[in-house]
Ligand binder design. Structure first.
Ligand SMILES: [Cu+2]
Length: 178
């Protein structure tokens, strides 16, 4: 289920650069600005990005993510022989004590596979993030326009440049390395 509240469109139009800034707290973790990019009409995969800060004194780990899609995995990007590919982080993504880990294009991300409909700007995608120490929390990933895709001010956005991972995501890949 993707929520598509009419209000989100209005807010987006008025406050485009700031509308989607939102933050959650779970134990020692701060989970900031969960977002995804609008996808092509034919896309069968999407990616979720978020900034996670561990203010505690114990390392935590993003073990998994759950959402209403056939497959949801935490991926990292690895480069082998100049070829970028995605790998499922079977044992999770470490969030070191006192540090911030950013899931972003070209790096780690929450991989959403088997989309039945494209993500549109203004959509809110509920995704449950499961942490080893802090437990789990459902957060809303706000769908934003890809930089350059629309006429708007992206000066405050430092993500959205095309890269290998985005290209893979847009190409409706059917094979994902395990
Ligand atoms: Cu991926």
């Amino acid at each position: 289920m993707i929520f598509r509240p009419a209000a989100a469109f209005a807010a987006f139009a008025l406050l485009a650069p700031l509308a989607s800034a939102h933050e959650y707290t779970l134990g020692d973790l701060t989970i900031d600005h969960p977002m995804s990019f609008a996808t092509a009409a034919t896309a069968r995969t999407g990616a979720g990005y978020v900034v996670i800060t561990n203010t505690g004194e114990t390392d935590d780990r993003l073990l998994a993510a759950r959402a209403d899609f056939p497959r949801v995995e935490v991926h990292e990007i690895v480069e082998v022989d100049d070829v970028m590919s995605m790998q499922h982080l079977e044992s999770g993504l470490v969030i070191p004590a006192g540090e911030t880990v950013t899931l972003q294009p070209g790096g780690s991300h929450v991989m959403l596979m088997g989309l039945s409909a494209p993500f549109e700007v203004g959509d809110e995608i509920p995704i449950t993030l499961v942490f080893e120490q802090a437990g789990e929390i459902e957060v809303m990933f706000n769908v934003e326009a890809r930089a350059g895709a629309e006429e708007m001010d992206h000066s405050e956005m430092d993500h959205g440049e095309m890269d290998h991972s985005d290209m893979n995501h847009d190409n409706s890949e059917t094979e994902v390395s395990q």
